[in-house]
Design a protein around this ligand. Structure first.
Ligand code: HEC
Ligand code: HEC
Ligand code: HEC
Ligand code: HEC
Ligand code: HEC
Ligand code: HEC
Ligand code: HEC
Ligand code: HEC
Ligand code: HEC
Ligand code: HEC
Length: 458
């Protein structure tokens, strides 16, 4: 039997193996050393040429692709607000703020401020940087706390589709003071303006409501002179301003006048202007004075006193003088105007505290018609132009009172903005909300020249 000692075994190996350089090993080592050296050299050359693309961690967003060669516009070092140059590992918020305004979100209430880059993900080739992930919002809003304690709003919001509060606007009544009954007006065969061929009309929502950018008309009922529909179907321009997202305000002159004129006296044709009572009062006086000038004998007629005045006894009185006639006639015309004509729409005119005591004229309450219902959210009708008005505003066909709120609730939005599958409409927080407090925007002074941004020589 062969005896093997450790020593014998040890001599079987070349103890200097690792110290000697075979040709093969030399080649491998050279290669290992050269690749980084070559790479570093290449990087250095690129750097000297001012091209930092190779360091980039991914494709730039569409909007920032123009800065693709100027990495240090974002990756710069700052001392305070002073830029001191050089490539910095992390992009700093100050860098973004040299090109952008982005006023902070409830600066006085937030418990911390996320970095710009945590929401606006760069180097992932975003088409739209503002499409931020919900997680950026729910990191606070899933359990909202403020520097002043509990927030004065719902504090647990997780996603629009699953956990988001009903819209606050639906919880308060509509405080508009103009009397209006949608269901009466939306009935088929409504009595139209005098002078129309058939006298009966079917109103469309667009006879009164059109986007703010499409207010120029013509309006079907915007003139006391009835216009036939065919003459009015001038095509609306295709150029919609997306910021003109909401419907324009209701106006008596554009939407009511043709059917609801404001006649004031059997002696004078036409209507009073749709103005304040003081202006209307002046108009009535002038019109009747004018009438008396052209019909000097009119004051001797007894007709004035036989006219129907609500609440006044019908006694035949003979005016004592032209002045007396005028005074009486103005008073009876205005009693009818304030008490009946204006009151049909301005229900509040006769409440005692709504009186202008100095002139003895009623005061018309401000119409107070909101054109924006969601103060904390953005909405755009033009993005929903494929949907019938009454499919969202179903209540507009049945509502009898102004105080009814006709704005759709969250469930109707969720039929599309469900966030459930990729077949539904976008449902990210950013779609409907602003994060930045854009009202705090101040005049802004750009600092870069074109070559500084593009990296091209002057
Ligand atoms: C518009 C601003 C902007 C520009 C321009 C820009 N970056 Fe970035 N970069 C960012 C933001 C934001 C991040 C992510 C936040 C962070 O870690 O700094 C980031 C992250 C990086 C990271 C990863 C850092 C880390 O810690 O993980 C690298 C590497 C990088 N950028 C390289 C580049 C290079 C190279 C260029 C030039 C081709 C460039 N960036 C241009 C904004 C920018
Ligand atoms: C050197 C100037 C510059 C710097 C620095 C810069 N941007 Fe921009 N940014 C632009 C330009 C140019 C556009 C395109 C025009 C526009 O939309 O304002 C843009 C667009 C945007 C947009 C809107 C475009 C979209 O797709 O939604 C966002 C958001 C934005 N930048 C965020 C940032 C953030 C966050 C930083 C810092 C990490 C940053 N920017 C740094 C120049 C800059
Ligand atoms: C750092 C924490 C924080 C983050 C992140 C945050 N919020 Fe807020 N948010 C708050 C605070 C605090 C309030 C104010 C609460 C109050 O008024 O009581 C608020 C209020 C709001 C409001 C109601 C008032 C308003 O401004 O209209 C909305 C809507 C809102 N946030 C949406 C968002 C969205 C969308 C995002 C993500 C893009 C977001 N928030 C990210 C803390 C945060
Ligand atoms: C058919 C309904 C209707 C009648 C009748 C009517 N108005 Fe109006 N009025 C409106 C509407 C709608 C508005 C709000 C939009 C506008 O200003 O055109 C309004 C607004 C007003 C305003 C402005 C209120 C504000 O917001 O400050 C005054 C003043 C006014 N009307 C006076 C009168 C007077 C005076 C009469 C009677 C001579 C009258 N109106 C009759 C519908 C009517
Ligand atoms: C196409 C003609 C037409 C237009 C336009 C029109 N109305 Fe009317 N309106 C009518 C008719 C007809 C009635 C009477 C309906 C009935 O009693 O059946 C009426 C009734 C009313 C009444 C009384 C409702 C009730 O409950 O009895 C008010 C108030 C009123 N309209 C306000 C308005 C206002 C405000 C506008 C403009 C924004 C307007 N209308 C536009 C035709 C019109
Ligand atoms: C499809 C549109 C839409 C989306 C998506 C959406 N919201 Fe809202 N959000 C609204 C509307 C509308 C309101 C009611 C605003 C009002 O009444 O002024 C509202 C209200 C709020 C409020 C105020 C609540 C209160 O008590 O007043 C907060 C906070 C809020 N949303 C946060 C979020 C967050 C966080 C996300 C993402 C997880 C989100 N929202 C997604 C439409 C949306
Ligand atoms: C997808 C649902 C949807 C459809 C479809 C829709 N609306 Fe709206 N509408 C809303 C919402 C939500 C608001 C509240 C937005 C706000 O004021 O902030 C609103 C507000 C309104 C208002 C009151 C505020 C304003 O903008 O003046 C009117 C009037 C209105 N819509 C009329 C219409 C008409 C007319 C149509 C058809 C052309 C229509 N809507 C189609 C959802 C819808
Ligand atoms: C003859 C004019 C007229 C027509 C036609 C009309 N509206 Fe209105 N609408 C008004 C007036 C006046 C107001 C303001 C008084 C009120 O709030 O009821 C209003 C208010 C609204 C509001 C906001 C008020 C709230 O309480 O939510 C919505 C939404 C609305 N209308 C939708 C519609 C829709 C949808 C149609 C068609 C189905 C329609 N309207 C047809 C005159 C009209
Ligand atoms: C019939 C389906 C449908 C319904 C119902 C619907 N939406 Fe939308 N909405 C869409 C589509 C599709 C878009 C475009 C989405 C996109 O740009 O990615 C959109 C876009 C939007 C936008 C972005 C508009 C813009 O110009 O940026 C807002 C805000 C919005 N919807 C809010 C709402 C609210 C609030 C409701 C409920 C009152 C609602 N939507 C109901 C389909 C719908
Ligand atoms: C919590 C997430 C969040 C943070 C942090 C954040 N943003 Fe935004 N930013 C948004 C959202 C959501 C929008 C789109 C809604 C809006 O306009 O407020 C937006 C919009 C913008 C826009 C306008 C884009 C456009 O539509 O043209 C700019 C520019 C911008 N942000 C820059 C910045 C800068 C710079 C910072 C850092 C100081 C920053 N953001 C921090 C979420 C964020």
């Amino acid at each position: 039997m062969r005896k093997r000692t450790a020593k014998q075994l040890g001599t079987r190996h070349d103890l200097n193996y690792f110290k000697t350089w075979t040709r093969r090993k030399l080649a491998l080592a050279l290669l290992a050393a050269c690749v980084p050296v070559l790479f570093l050299a290449w990087l250095g050359v690129q750097g000297l040429r001012g091209d930092s693309v190779p360091y980039s961690s991914g494709k730039m967003s569409r909007a920032h692709a123009v800065l693709g060669k100027q990495c240090d516009t974002c990756h710069a070092n700052f001392v305070g607000t002073l830029r001191v140059g050089g490539f910095r590992k992390h992009a700093q918020d100050q860098a973004c703020l040299t090109c952008h305004q982005a006023p902070a979100h409830h600066a006085d209430l937030v418990t911390f401020t996320p970095t710009c880059g945590s929401c606006h993900a760069e180097h992932v080739g975003s088409v739209q940087l503002a499409r931020t992930a919900d997680q950026n919002c729910t990191q606070c809003h899933s359990d909202l706390k403020t520097t002043h304690g509990s927030p004065h709003m719902v504090n647990a919001i997780l996603s629009f589709g699953k956990q988001h509060p009903e819209f606050a606007a639906l919880k308060k009544p509509d405080l508009t003071t103009i009397a209006f009954n949608h269901s009466v007006h939306m009935k088929s065969g409504l009595l139209g303006p005098p002078g129309s061929k058939t006298r009966n009309v079917d109103l469309e929502c667009s006879d009164c409501h059109r986007p703010s950018g499409e207010q120029q008309g013509p309006w079907r009922f915007g003139s006391a002179q009835w216009q036939h529909a065919s003459a009015n179907e001038a095509p609306l321009g295709p150029m919609r301003d997306s910021r003109e997202a909401l419907m324009g305000p209701i106006s008596y002159d554009k939407h009511c006048i043709a059917c609801h004129s404001l006649p004031f006296d059997t002696k004078a044709a036409g209507s009073v202007p749709h103005e304040t009572p003081a202006v209307v009062d002046g108009f009535v006086r002038t019109a009747l004075t004018q009438y008396l000038k052209t019909n000097p004998a009119a004051w001797r007629e007894t007709e004035a006193a036989t006219r129907r005045i609500p609440g006044v006894q019908q006694v035949a009185l003979q005016a004592k003088s032209p002045d007396d006639w005028l005074k009486d006639r103005v008073a009876s015309d205005e009693t009818l105007l304030w008490g009946k004509t204006c009151k049909q729409c301005h229900a509040e005119t006769t409440s005692p505290d709504a009186h202008d005591s100095q002139l003895g004229l009623p005061k018309i309450q401000p119409a107070s018609m909101p054109t924006r219902w969601f103060s904390h959210s953005y909405f755009d009708h033009s993005a929903h132009s494929a949907v019938r008005c009454d499919s969202c505003h179903a209540a507009a066909l049945t509502s009898a009172r102004t105080s009814d709120v006709l704005i759709p609730g969250i469930d109707s939005c969720r039929s599309c903005h469900s966030g459930a599958s990729n077949s539904s409409a976008e449902s990210g927080c950013f779609l409907c909300h602003q994060y930045h407090d854009w009202q705090q925007r101040k005049p802004f002074k750009p600092v870069y020249t074109i070559p500084q941004l593009t990296g091209q020589a002057d």
